[in-house]
Design a protein around this ligand. Structure first.
Ligand code: ZN
Length: 640
């Protein structure tokens, strides 16, 4: 953490904007810096695509809103202008008028009278009725992605389709696809579907020659510049195939690109750039445009390798019955990356991990790349430290300080142990079906991997391998695990509802099972103080034994396929919430006023030249603010 850097950049509505840093960028060789630079320019060049994909009026509205922001010469310190500013910030964050997460249209906190005054002030002479409907009519194009109703296509306001019904879309793609094809292209992934003048359905392709041609040409231009800095011949091919795909829109080429990309595991710098995730389309066909540029975090990747190389040792020392132990075991080394640029559907809200490609047959035949984005996780962690959450739920300052010191390192180590070894450990008895635990399988499997991580986190082996530097560090992880499972994860559940999601059920299961046993021996207890519930842990070694014991039992359940025992565990400990405790936690959380959604501003990269006019370096800067970045992007990367 660098104290000169402002990590929390902005806060408005339900959003907090953070800054991530690109540790290690300065140390990259110039060639790789330039590679990152041009891939980043390729990423930013697609900015307009997502706005337009999200809604057909987003781009003209964005131009109008930024024009007002820049030209309005009336008073700016009024509640109305403040409301306009908040709306504009939300609009940028959502890449359009619909909330980025709920996809419901966002309502401005200013009225039409004020809106018209703003338009008057900048001398706007265009049509005003459309904007009034787009901005203020909650019924007009009310939801970007409608997932229930009679016709999901006509009810959704996204711009993937026009003048077509759901039945027409389904029919169109059913006729196009061939069920016997073992290697089907991703039909419809990169097109707008509409009707021509005679009423025939036609696809308008997103390519250099079709829709978004200006953006795509700019992307390709930067990809071509990036080509000469590619690390290997193979990586060159990856980029060349992507350029060809963007040039033609041919989805066969996209599959070829995806295969080349997934097989390129050696390059240090890597990127995603394309029409990728299909959550923006209720039928899951159309890809929203996104890009992320990144490079491998060598230190963290060493950590996952250190653990993975010892897979046999872990298996031999796991607290499970010998019958369930694997004879031979191979760890998986996860790749940990540093994000260097976020764009399109990854910006400003961004994922903390990537697992691509999406085409099932490619995943089956060629595998997938799964990565953890550690600098984004770290930025979340830094932001969380100032939000009052830990102060509210940690009663004891020493516990909180320990968590602030070791929470992040143990958290990433937990993920490594869980992913690289936990899921792969143990074996089924002969004849036991992997699906024997049915609906409880996912929760129990997550619990098994988490318990594996928790049990070994406290092992002296961690210090020996150099992945933890303090014998007490694991206590931060133990306290946190119990606190989350017993109390704080319930802030994400509306009052009166149960835990549904497998990871949440698993955390509740572990914490409550261990608590029940640990309370009897005095290892841990929940105390009440000034009307608030807190967790106290007095015997961490005892907790470790309990984690180990539960791991042994869940391994037995899995290995034997003991459905009834698995069901009983999940139903008893992992599903319901105590209403009194839930209410209390929700109330305490609400008082903290923590933004439920977070996103990021990007760093700024600038080329530096020497006296002869040659590029001598790429500088990275972390001072640009949220509004400044948005206004700059709107101008610099306006292509459509
Ligand atoms: Zn897992």
């Amino acid at each position: 953490m660098n104290t000169d850097i402002q990590y929390i950049v902005d806060r408005f509505a339900d959003i907090q904007v953070l800054r991530y840093t690109v540790e290690g960028f300065e140390k990259l060789p110039l060639k790789q810096k330039l590679f990152v630079y041009y891939l980043s320019e390729a990423a930013l060049s697609g900015r307009d695509i997502l706005f337009d994909q999200n809604y057909r009026y987003n781009l003209p509205l964005r131009r109008l809103l930024t024009q007002i922001w820049e030209q309005y010469d009336g008073p700016r310190d009024t509640p109305d202008f403040e409301a306009f500013t908040v709306y504009l910030k939300r609009f940028w964050f959502a890449n359009g008028i619909h909330h980025h997460y709920s996809t419901v249209k966002m309502q401005p906190e200013f009225d039409t009278t004020y809106w018209n005054a703003l338009l008057d002030n900048i001398g706007y002479t265009g049509d005003r009725t459309l904007w009034e409907k787009v901005l203020f009519d909650p019924e007009f194009d009310s939801k970007r992605v409608q997932l229930d109703g009679k016709d999901l296509i006509t009810a959704s306001a996204n711009n993937f389709y026009s003048s077509v019904t759901q039945a027409e879309v389904e029919d169109f793609y059913a006729q196009m696809s061939d069920p016997s094809d073992q290697e089907p292209i991703s039909y419809g992934l990169n097109t707008h579907l509409t009707k021509d003048q005679s009423g025939q359905l036609i696809e308008q392709v997103w390519s250099e020659q079709g829709w978004y041609s200006n953006s795509i040409k700019a992307i390709n231009e930067n990809l071509r510049k990036a080509l000469s800095f590619a690390e290997t011949e193979q990586q060159k091919q990856v980029i060349e195939r992507l350029i060809d795909y963007y040039r033609t829109g041919d989805l066969k080429l996209f599959d070829e690109y995806s295969i080349l990309w997934v097989r390129d595991t050696l390059s240090q710098v890597d990127f995603v750039n394309g029409f990728i995730e299909t959550y923006g389309d209720p039928l899951g066909l159309k890809g929203s445009w996104e890009s992320m540029v990144n490079f491998r975090n060598e230190a963290a990747t060493k950590r996952t390798k250190a653990i993975s190389d010892e897979a046999a040792w872990f298996e031999a020392h796991s607290p499970i019955d010998d019958r369930f132990r694997k004879k031979e075991v191979k760890g998986v080394s996860a790749k940990v990356i540093t994000a260097a640029m976020l764009a399109g559907d990854c910006y400003p809200a961004t994922p903390i991990g990537i697992n691509l490609p999406n085409a099932n047959w490619i995943r089956k035949e060629y595998g997938s790349k799964s990565v953890t984005i550690e600098n984004i996780m770290e930025a979340y962690e830094i932001a969380a430290q100032g939000n009052g959450f830990n102060e509210e739920f940690y009663e004891n300052e020493a516990d909180r300080k320990l968590y602030e010191k070791y929470g992040f390192v143990t958290d990433v180590l937990h993920t490594d142990l869980h992913e690289c070894l936990g899921h792969g450990s143990g074996q089924l008895l002969p004849g036991v079906s992997p699906d024997a635990l049915k609906a409880y399988g996912a929760t129990l499997e997550e619990a098994r991997a988490d318990l594996f991580a928790l049990y070994f986190m406290a092992d002296p082996k961690m210090l020996e391998l150099g992945v933890l530097g303090d014998k007490d560090a694991y206590k931060a992880a133990y306290y946190h695990q119990m606190l989350v499972g017993l109390l704080t994860q319930s802030v994400r559940i509306p009052f009166g509802e149960n835990y549904e999601e497998a990871h949440m059920r698993n955390r509740a299961l572990i914490a409550r099972w261990v608590y029940e046993k640990g309370e009897k021996t005095g290892a841990c207890r929940l105390i009440r103080k000034s009307g608030k519930t807190y967790l106290q842990i007095s015997d961490y070694e005892q907790l470790r034994k309990l984690f180990g014991k539960l791991l042994g039992e869940i391994q037995r359940i899995k290995s034997e396929g003991d459905y009834e025992a698995g069901k009983a565990l999940v139903e008893t400990y992992g599903v319901t919430l105590d209403p009194t405790l839930h209410r209390e936690v929700l109330d305490r959380y609400a008082k903290l006023d923590i933004a439920p959604y977070k996103g990021f501003v990007n760093p700024v990269y600038t080329l530096e030249y020497d006296a002869q006019g040659h590029i001598s370096d790429v500088k990275v800067d972390y001072t640009e603010g949220y509004v400044g970045q948005m206004i700059r992007y709107d101008k610099q990367y306006a292509k459509e």
